[in-house]
Design a protein around this ligand. Sequence first.
Ligand SMILES: Nc1nc2c(c(=O)[nH]1)N[C@H]1C(S)=C(S)[C@@H](COP(=O)(O)OP(=O)(O)OC[C@H]3O[C@@H](n4cnc5c(N)ncnc54)[C@H](O)[C@@H]3O)O[C@H]1N2
Ligand code: MOO
Length: 403
Amino acid sequence: MPTSPGTDAHADPHVAAPRVAAGMAWHRAHHLAGTLPHPLAAERVPLDRAHGRTLAEPATSAALLPGTDTAAMDGYAISGRAPWRVIGRILAGQPATVTLTAGTAVEIATGAPVPAGADAVIPVERCHVDGDTVSPSETGPARTHIRYAGEDLRPGRLLAPAGTRVTAALTGLAAHAGLDELVVRRSPRVWLTATGDEIIGAGVPAAGQVRDALTPLLTALLTGTGATPAGAAHVPDRAELLAAALAGPDWDVMAVTGSSSVGRADHLHRVLTRAGARWHVDGVACRPGHPQALAELPGGRWVVGLPGNPYAALVGAVTLLRPLLDAVQGRAPREPLRLPVTGKVEPYDDGTRLVPVHVTGGRATVVPGSRPASLLSAATADALAVIPSGWAQGDAAELLPMQ
Ligand SMILES: Nc1nc2c(c(=O)[nH]1)N[C@H]1C(S)=C(S)[C@@H](COP(=O)(O)OP(=O)(O)OC[C@H]3O[C@@H](n4cnc5c(N)ncnc54)[C@H](O)[C@@H]3O)O[C@H]1N2
Ligand code: MOO
């Protein structure tokens, strides 16, 4: 539950310390972000724009597949007992105009329609051909090598249920099944606001400057969920500038970095509270990434507050932002992978620690040296392991994949 919803606790940031000391249990915060938001509206899009989006309605086949009995091998469609007299040839795309009677065959290509009267297709490498007569050169398994009409799909057959992310394979299947469009959730437009007087957007920072690591990190992470970057801004540490950014149009979700703690320059809480935000998460009992927040503005827009320390921000992004973006796209929370974890970890007695891990051979190994302000260890990690307070060496832990 919110710990500081619109109270005076944020009037002076330096009296807000209790919020920082406690914090919601990591699993609860993660669960809320993935289940509270309503999905965005549905829209019908052409197949070439559907990849990565999420089905708002079940996708069902429009086609019978195959549309007719079809040869599964290059060879001869035969009728009755051998030998067979070859009376024609059918290639893919041509109609099967002949009817086979016992003792006859047609040369046939994979994908061509099998003529009426055919019992089987014999692969060419199992045939002996002598002039216009064909006979089996060897006995193979008793298979007809015919794909029967409708054996793959029939009109109305479910291809994938609502809530499915459209993969490359589903895009291909939808096309194969005769669909030109899919009904998907609108892609959330995500605005990124990086706060901090010290932040610069390009080049090598001078003394006192810090290169913005988080706008590129979050852009990559959000596009990976199917969300759309709506824009990004560097906002100096002034409450009115942050308020103006929040008032901007054309976004569904905003991630604000570097304004989440209790310093004099950390304005996010006061600005959001003044804007009438409802706090769902306000501090999470995890290390790093404790000062993260999830708030809902009137009208249903969502704001995720992330710490400025880059690894802590990554932790917050996979804890709150990624599940939120899944949820607004109508996807159920991801099923966590659990694997045994080994390596140097100092469990956090009062909550959860998140550590970068490499995953190989069914085990996760801690990437050493992770620190809240550095992405160096996380950069090559496959996942973040969610380490509970009572964790012991080799215990299984949930893994949050980096992809
Ligand atoms: N008195 C307390 N101070 C702090 C606490 C606390 O509980 N009590 N928590 C600490 C923790 S934990 C974190 S994390 C940080 C979070 O602070 P903010 O989210 O307000 O972020 P800043 O103070 O602005 O910046 C922290 C750090 O990160 C650098 N930064 C900021 N933005 C970026 C960016 N886009 N790319 C790269 N680096 C960035 C910034 O320069 C600072 O070095 O608060 C602690 N303090
Ligand atoms: O979120 Mo902070 O130190 O835990 O980086």
